[in-house]
Design a protein around this ligand. Structure first.
Ligand SMILES: *Cc1c(COP(=O)(O)O)cnc(C)c1O
Length: 392
C-alpha cells in the first residue's frame, strides 16, 4: 500500500516547481507563483479520477474528518455510528467535534456491518460513518439504503481505500462526504495530507472555508475576504501538495501492482482449508493494499503470526492485539483521558459497548501488507514462506 516506495523523479519535479518560486502557500501570491497551483491541481485531478464533483485537499486525514464533521454540522448532542475496527483518528475527530461515537459491529468485509446499524439508532443518531479498512470497502449499497431510510447522514472514512470501488462507484464518493488520508504510509502520500470529497457544492464551499479560518476565497486579496463562519487552519502546504500531485499520477500504477501481487497470494491462500479470505464486495474494485484472511480461531491466528515471524514474513498485522486499530486496547477512550472537555466525557458509556461479533472476527483476522517494490524472486520466496507459515 505505501506510495512512498515509488518516490522519485515525478515527485522531485513537482516539488522543484514550488521551490523555484518559493511560494509555499496554496492561496494567493498569484503573480509570484508562475502558474503553479499544486493543491488546486491535485484537487482537479482527484475529482476527475474519482468521478466526484468536488475535492478539497487539506493537512491530514484527521483534518479531513474534522472538516467533514463540521460541514455536516455533526456535533453537540449527536451520535455517530462507527465500527470498532478503524484507526483511532476516526474516533478522535468525532470526539473533537463534540459528538459521541456509538460502536457497532463489523462483518466479514472487516468494515461496518449493515445489519448491525439499525439497532444502534436512537433519537440522537445523526450520522453513520463506515470506514473502508485495508483497501477494501464496506457494503455501501446496503448502508446507504439504511441511511436514506432513517434520514441519517453518511460520512465515509476512506483514508485507507483511495481508488477502491464497488460497481464503479469510488470509496468516499457514495456518502454525503468522503475523507482520504495521504499521510506517509497510505496508498499515495503527500508526506502529510488529506482530502474531503463531495458532490454537494454547498458542502464543498463550507469545506474549503472551514479549513482556512472561514475565508470565503473570493477574489485575490486575502485581507479583504469575508468570513461567513469561523473555521480552523487545516491548510496543506504547496510542498506537500506537490508530492501529492506526483503520487496521484502514479495511483493507477500503484493499484495495478498491488492487485497483481495480491492475486498471487490469494491464489495460494485459496488452497488452504484452514483459512477463509476476507469478504470483498467487488473484487475488481479492490485497491489491493492488503490481503486479509481469517484463521480458524484465535489460537490458530496466533500460531500463524508466530510462524510469520519465524519465517521472516514481515508486514503482517494481528489487529486484535494492536493498540491503534481496534477498540479492545482503546482504554484511553474508555477511561476518558481527554485533555479537553467535550460532551463525549459525559455521554459516552463504555459499558454499553457491545461488539462481541466484531471480537469474534478480529480474534481470527490477519492482514498482510502488499508492497510495490517486491521483485519476482521476493514474491516467490514470500509465497513459499507464507505457505509454510499456514501449515499449522
Ligand atoms: C490514516 C487514517 C486516518 C488519519 O489520517 P492522517 O492523515 O494520518 O491524519 C483516519 N482514518 C483511517 C481509517 C486511517 O487509516
Amino acid at each position: 500500500m505505501p506510495g512512498f516506495e515509488l518516490f522519485g523523479d515525478k515527485e522531485k519535479k513537482h516539488v522543484s516547481d514550488v521551490l523555484d518560486t518559493g511560494i509555499l502557500m496554496r492561496y494567493n501570491f498569484d503573480g509570484l507563483r508562475k502558474g503553479h497551483w499544486k493543491a488546486l491541481e491535485f484537487e482537479k485531478n482527484l475529482s476527475s479520477r474519482l468521478n466526484v464533483k468536488y475535492s478539497h485537499l487539506c493537512s491530514s486525514g484527521t483534518a479531513a474528518l474534522s472538516i467533514a464533521l463540521a460541514c455536516l454540522k455533526i456535533g453537540k448532542g449527536d451520535e455517530v455510528i462507527v465500527p470498532p475496527f478503524t484507526f483511532v483518528a476516526t474516533i478522535e475527530a468525532i470526539i473533537a467535534a463534540g459528538a459521541v461515537p456509538v460502536f457497532s459491529d463489523i462483518d466479514k468485509t472487516l468494515c461496518l456491518d449493515p445489519d448491525s446499524i439499525e439497532n444502534k439508532i436512537t433519537k440522537n443518531t445523526k450520522a453513520v460513518m463506515p470506514v473502508h479498512m485495508c483497501g477494501s470497502m464496506a457494503d455501501m449499497e446496503k448502508i446507504k439504503k439504511i441511511c436514506d431510510k432513517n434520514n441519517l447522514l453518511l460520512l465515509e472514512d476512506a483514508c485507507q481505500a483511495v481508488g477502491a470501488s464497488i460497481n464503479g462507484n469510488y470509496a468516499g464518493t457514495i456518502g454525503h462526504m468522503g475523507c482520504f488520508s495521504f499521510d506517509f504510509v497510505k496508498t499515495i502520500t503527500c508526506g502529510e495530507g488529506g482530502a474531503v470529497v463531495t458532490n454537494s457544492k454547498d458542502l464543498y464551499e463550507k469545506a474549503h472555508a472551514f479549513s482556512d479560518h472561514g475565508h470565503d476565497h473570493i477574489g485575490n486579496d486575502r485581507g479583504k475576504e469575508t468570513h461567513p463562519f469561523p473555521g480552523l487552519n487545516f491548510r496543506i502546504s504547496e510542498l506537500n501538495a506537490a508530492v501529492g500531485v506526483a503520487q496521484l499520477e502514479r495511483l493507477d500504477e500503484i493499484i495495478s501492482i498491488q492487485r497483481k501481487n495480491k492475486k498471487i497470494f490469494k491464489d495460494e491462500l485459496k488452497n488452504f482449508k484452514n483459512i477463509e479470505l476476507r469478504k470483498v464486495i467487488d473484487e475488481e474494485g479492490d485497491n489491493g493494499g492488503f490481503v486479509s484472511f481469517f484463521a480458524e480461531d484465535e489460537n490458530a491466528a496466533k500460531k500463524i503470526m508466530e510462524n510469520f515471524s519465524k519465517n521472516n514474513v514481515d508486514g503482517t498485522f494481528y489487529w486484535y492485539a494492536n493498540n491503534w486499530h481496534y477498540y479492545k486496547n482503546w482504554n484511553h477512550f474508555r477511561d476518558k483521558n481527554n485533555l479537553y472537555k467535550t460532551q463525549f466525557c459525559d455521554a459516552f458509556n463504555p459499558d454499553s459497548v457491545q461488539i462481541e461479533k466484531s471480537d469474534e472476527i478480529m480474534k481470527k483476522t490477519i492482514s498482510m501488507l502488499i508492497k510495490l517494490s517486491w521483485t519476482e524472486e521476493e514474491m516467490e520466496q514470500r509465497t513459499e514462506a507464507l505457505k509454510k507459515s499456514l501449515n499449522i
